[in-house]
Design a protein. Structure first.
Length: 338
């Protein structure tokens, strides 16, 4: 990490380092930073344990955490998401990508802080900021809302920007930040319109959860939202002078552990709504298997869609930690009404 410290200080950042995970927790408790770069492999406590500890502490959970992964670190990304990481950085670290990641993460944090201040001034603060699923749980039982994780049937959608590393090389950080913010603002609106809850956003992607008492309905909502996000991407590309942005999407459905967490900061409350388990892991891997511009649905989502959409079988892959090959279906679009 010495070379990273040197690079960051040359860029004008004040830094502090820790030799192991326990020392990292002690440093953060003593002098909380604005952002944490966290390696996975550390003595005493590894990066995932440190991330979970920080995100589980009221005093530190709003500090953005960027976890450093290897080039093929899909499993690390999944574990990082479950631990509460805000973003990821691939090793070996490219300086332009480092700058883009840091500035994007800090920019998103400042955006959240600004939005919180604005939301306090309007009547529907909770309706616009708290995830709808959390709002429903609180409304059902205000004294003791059921916010702990329970098993529910959901559809999970992962959206990732294709070729993000190449974009960091082609665009300067302020331009890249503006591009990502413009596209993601549109995407998040689509998630909200589809009744989904955004779990977390990272520099190059996000995860959303769809629920409904009818298992077919939330699968359809997830697919409709994915198609809307795909259409928005094409529309924004046509109206932009910047290089076109491409995305790839993975969707999976089934029972998983779902729950809510409230993060209380000095500028207000921040809620997350997350799902963890095999269904979420497979959705992330389907997104990883999707090519640029593709929406790939898992077999259970495909079963629930019935004959409503045109699908293309693109083969079967032995995805990491899956006992059997998983059939992959590309979602083309809805069949036209007759």
């Amino acid at each position: 990490m010495d070379y990273l410290q040197q690079e960051l200080e040359e860029l004008g950042y004040d830094t502090m380092t820790a030799r192991d995970g326990q020392e990292a927790l002690e440093c953060v408790a003593t002098d909380p930073p604005d952002l944490i770069l966290l390696d996975i492999l550390m003595p005493v406590l590894d990066g995932f344990e440190v991330c979970r500890a920080l995100k589980g502490d009221d005093a530190t959970r709003l500090i953005p955490i960027v976890i450093m992964t290897t080039l093929d670190g899909v499993e690390d990304r999944i574990k990082g998401i479950e631990a509460g990481a805000d973003d990821f950085l691939t090793k070996p670290v490219n300086q332009r990508q480092l700058i883009a990641r840091l500035q994007t993460t800090l920019r998103l944090k400042h955006t959240v802080d600004r939005k919180l201040r604005e939301l306090r001034q309007i009547k529907d603060h909770f309706a616009k900021f708290i995830p709808e699923s959390v709002k429903r749980l609180v409304a059902e039982n205000p004294e003791a809302p059921a916010l702990d994780k329970t098993e529910r049937d959901v559809s999970v959608l992962f959206v990732d920007i294709s070729g993000y590393s190449r974009l960091t090389e082609r665009l300067n950080p302020p331009t890249l930040n503006a591009v990502v913010e413009r596209y993601f603002s549109s995407f998040l609106d689509r998630i909200h319109e589809g009744g989904g809850d955004v779990n977390e956003t990272a520099g190059d992607g996000f995860m959303a959860i769809f629920q409904d008492p009818d298992a077919e309905v939330h699968a359809i909502k997830a697919v409709e939202t994915a198609l809307a996000v795909q259409a928005d991407t094409a529309s924004l590309n046509r109206s932009s002078d910047e290089p076109p942005l491409a995305i790839h999407i993975g969707i999976n459905s089934g029972p998983t552990l779902v729950g809510s967490t409230r993060f209380e900061g000095i500028r207000g409350a921040r809620w997350t709504f997350t799902a963890s388990g095999t269904v979420t892991n497979l959705a992330a891997r389907l997104a990883g298997a999707a090519q640029s511009g593709q929406i790939i649905a898992g077999p259970e989502t495909v079963r629930r869609l019935g004959n409503r959409y045109k699908l293309e079988r693109v083969g079967a892959e032995r995805l990491k930690n899956m006992a059997e090959s998983v059939p992959l279906h590309r979602v083309i679009g809805p069949y036209p009404l007759r």
